[in-house]
Design a protein around this ligand. Structure first.
Ligand code: SAH
Ligand code: DHB
Ligand code: MG
Length: 222
């Protein structure tokens, strides 16, 4: 099945995500610098761009920049005066990302912030940051629930929150799992099942990154 999923991803990607120099360079420079090949796929990146456009996002927050691949997809949906803050803990990743974002012509609206996501989220909250319209949570998975809660504090009615990698090849259903990432995701799902301010669902995905999925959440009460 994996080979078929790949072919289908390539088919849709080939037709719906045209060849693109900045995005290809972002992946090539990331690989050359030894970054792990864990960026979203082209079809997933396009989904992020389409969601950003659907929401008319002017302010986007991303946790987990890596080489800036998903950042570029979302950044392209922004108007010229829009802002994207992307948070990365690893200085080497951030350096690769800044060059890629620059090459994509997005440095005027994208800021790569170096530091642990929890610290930056706390700083944004205490600084009274304006709420974000779209938030993509894609940093370390064991703290995924804490990142979601902190993201809610940076949201408004109508904010869309996407959380990547919540299926984990199906391991998410294992209530006895001792995998810190699975446990983090399961705490997040418990939180969402009780959280009346948010309407959410999970979408399973297959494709060139195998079997995984994301949570799509909408803030329905301030
Ligand atoms: N969003 C990227 C992929 C991100 S991979 C894309 O799809 O293109 C996850 C990234 O999160 C890695 O670069 C990793 O260094 C970073 N990360 C891990 N722990 C973090 C933390 N505590 N705070 C911020 N970033 C973190
Ligand atoms: C990993 C992280 C991701 O954000 C992802 O999409 C896939 C894998 C990882 O840390 O292995
Ligand atoms: Mg991810």
């Amino acid at each position: 099945m994996e080979s078929l999923w790949n072919q289908v991803d390539e088919y849709f990607g080939g037709h719906l995500t045209p060849q693109d120099h900045a995005l290809e360079e972002a992946l090539a420079t990331s690989a050359a610098a030894g970054l792990p090949a864990i960026a979203v796929t082209a079809t997933q990146g396009k989904l992020l761009e389409v969601l950003a456009r659907i929401t008319g996002a002017r302010r986007i927050l991303e946790l987990g920049t890596l080489g800036g691949y998903s950042t570029i997809w979302m950044g392209r949906a922004l108007p010229p005066d829009g802002d994207l803050v992307t948070v990365e803990i690893d200085p080497a990743h951030a350096a690769v990302a800044r060059r890629n974002i620059d090459r994509a012509g997005l440095s005027d609206r994208v800021r790569v912030v170096l530091g642990p996501a929890s610290d930056i989220l706390a700083t944004l909250a205490t600084d009274g940051s304006e709420p974000f319209d779209l938030i993509f949570i894609d940093a370390d998975k064991p703290r995924i629930d804490a990142y979601f809660e902190a993201s809610l504090k940076l949201s408004r009615l109508g904010t869309v929150i996407i959380v990547d990698n919540v299926v984990r090849k199906g391991d998410v259903i294992d209530a006895a799992s001792d995998d810190a990432s699975v446990r983090g995701v399961r705490r997040l799902v418990d939180l969402l099942s009780r959280e009346s301010r948010v309407s959410s669902t999970a979408v399973q995905t297959v494709g060139s990154k195998g079997y995984d999925g994301f949570i799509l959440a909408l803030v329905v009460q301030p």
